[in-house]
Ligand binder design. Sequence first.
Ligand code: ADP
Length: 464
Amino acid sequence: MKITTKINLITTAWIICVLLAVNAVVFFSFMKITVNMEDGELFQKADYLIKQINKDDSQEVIKEKLTPYLTNQSFIRIVQPNSEIANEVTNDPHLASKIKPQFAREKGTARRTIRLKHGEEQIAIVRVPIKSTGQIVGTLEFGEKLVGLETGKDLLLSILAFCTILGAIISLLGGRWLSNLIMRPISNMINTMEDIENSGIPKKIVIQYETKDELQKMAETFNRMIGRLEANLEKQRQFISDASHELKTPLTVIKSYADLLLRRGLKNEEVTHDAIESIHSEATRIQKMTERFLDLADTESGELLEAKLINLVSLCENLFKQLKSAYKREIILHLKSQEPSIMVFVDEMKLKQAMIILIDNAIKYSMDQIDVYLEEEEKFTIITVKDYGIGIPAAEIQNVFERFYRVDKARSRETGGTGLGLSIAKNIMKQHQGEIIVKSTEGVGTEVELFIPKMKAGKEMFLE
Ligand code: ADP
């Protein structure tokens, strides 16, 4: 069943229930108030009549006194203590015959439903004791057909029934209008989603009216999500194009040397050696590049970090020992405080990877020693890698985190740079909710700072 039909039926059913409840309250209140009023009037009349009757009045005189108080269809009786009628006046003997006389010691009312020629009728009866010298000598019984009540009741029932039907119709129409109003943006969204499903192209929802409600919020959230999806797709496209471009050069070199070997054969030893060396060097470059691609993909995936509390000082000491012997370069560790350990809550492998990228860059783009500083601030632990090399021109600093960006392509190629190192390091810092900052002066040197937020051990870190 469509949601609009559901809303419509539910609201209508609900409105009918409310109307029926209200109608019941109105109906029963009306009945109670009217009956009480009628009883009150009858009591008043009965009290008045009792006062009119004297002990010494003959039956005829009493009849004469009672007769003027008869209403349309009624009877007035005086009932003896043995429930026998002492006197009775009526203008509807049939009605009077249907109601048995009853002696009563207390004032009271009663209701009777009797069958007359033209259907059932409600009769109101009041009984008031007649006292004489402190003794109850009889009861004045007053019976009257409730004409006003019956017609009033019928009229009220018809009005209430009419109002209920009218309410149900209005609710049905209103419900349809309301559910269409609510569903319009949702239908819009469903159409857009179906379009995306069919075409495979992300598409935003057109927000026609500024309603500032939850539905508009939902459409805006959907559009933001699509915006991010578009940006990611664009990033992906750009990456594929850049990566293919990067791989093209070494592959072309490999192919041309392979062609040369095919054409010339392996006769000339010197040429063969050069060709194989170049093929090897370019293949190594491709291998390095693909490793970087994987690292980049890994740091961009939604994988959970394997964070634990580690001693940063020992991590640096061990790492620098390995790098020093591999690169034959001086890497000096400086500690700002005399603390033998600086504890950080990080994914050890990933932090190591980021540090290797920075030290590798410092080695590639400088000749002198490399200084690494560790310091602790209130909110962060900071690792600074400082070199005294070629530096980066001020205008280029903002670009170095872009994928495949290299300040000097030729030099970078010589040193085996891929332009992905700093992007990977930035991703790693982002995963740790940290920061990476590059400060550099051309010809003087470069300083790269890693800000690791201080976190309590055991607190889980998630990727964004
Ligand atoms: P690459 O693999 O080319 O080094 P990175 O992303 O690590 O790629 O660095 C991007 C570019 O930033 C490098 O090509 C280089 O031009 C510049 N760069 C990075 N680190 C340094 C540094 N320590 N000194 C000078 N230039 C640097």
